[in-house]
Design a protein around this ligand. Structure first.
Ligand code: SAM
Length: 244
């Protein structure tokens, strides 16, 4: 991790080129950034994409890793200038990495189909944007089409119910497997565990929520940040389904 990123984590702020103190929030934390960087190193990823720029913390972490090998990182954020006053771009400029990003200030549902049409491929994707189930399902749909087998897709914020629910589905896709989580997958305790024996009752699937029948811990996703590896092409039958 670069000295600049380290200093931003310590101060949770940086001073932009206009001399304004930018107080960082909503950022990917230091250890999670290290987790992302480790995946990129382990996978030797060179074609990376991210949704959610904001103050540029995860973007800088990813970009500094791929730029070491002369690669550029694609980043999408509809509100970088309007909502975040361009401070993510400022941070990348301070790191001397402005030319190492390909930035789109647009909604992801506009840009992702364009990238697909251009025949772009990726081997690493990080999604840290909206928390809406349907929007993220659409993002995953397009990213999956562009992710190469062996590539890894990482979502932040599984503590949000929409994202957790989405991942209960995605982790069961036959062409994906769990690659890693940050922090660790925590065991489910308490009431949910106590009633889990009910799943053995007849017709339990009809009356008991899928979360009790197959809990998030058993799915391996009871965490905040989850990485899935694409292990092949999507060969599901047209009527494939898993309860989630
Ligand atoms: C939590 S912040 C990202 C934080 C950043 N990853 C970091 O580590 O510093 C979420 C970002 O997603 C952007 N965003 C939300 N919905 C979006 C969408 N549909 N398309 C593109 N960007 C979106 C927001 O403007 C915001 O900057």
């Amino acid at each position: 991790m670069s000295q600049l990123l380290d200093e931003v984590f310590k101060a949770r702020s940086f001073t932009n080129s206009k001399g304004e103190l930018v107080k960082v929030h909503s950022e990917t934390n230091r250890d999670q950034c290290k987790f992302l960087q480790q995946i990129i190193r382990d996978k030797k990823a060179s074609k990376t994409i991210e949704i959610g720029f904001a103050f540029g913390i995860s973007t800088l972490a990813i970009t500094e890793e791929v730029a070491k090998n002369g690669h550029r990182h694609v980043v999408i954020d509809r509100f970088e200038n309007t909502g975040w006053h361009g401070n993510g771009l400022e941070l990348l400029s301070m790191a001397g990495l402005s030319d190492a990003i390909e930035f789109y200030e647009e909604y992801c549902y506009i840009i992702l189909p364009e990238l697909l049409k251009q025949g772009r491929k990726f081997d690493f994707a990080y999604v840290d944007s909206t928390k809406l189930f349907d929007w993220l399902m659409v993002d995953f749909f397009y990213l999956d089409k562009m992710l190469e087998p062996g590539g890894v897709i990482v979502f932040d914020d599984l503590m949000f119910p929409g994202i957790r629910k989405l991942f209960r589905y995605l982790v069961q896709f036959p062409h994906y497997q769990l690659y890693g989580v940050y922090p660790e997958n925590k065991k489910i305790t308490g009431v949910r565990k106590a009633v889990s024996f009910l799943r053995h009752l007849p017709k339990s699937q009809k009356y008991i929520s899928p979360e009790v029948i197959l809990d998030d811990y058993k799915l391996g996703i009871n965490s905040n940040c989850v990485a899935l590896e694409k292990v092949g092409e999507d060969e599901r039958r047209w009527d494939w389904h898993k309860t989630f």
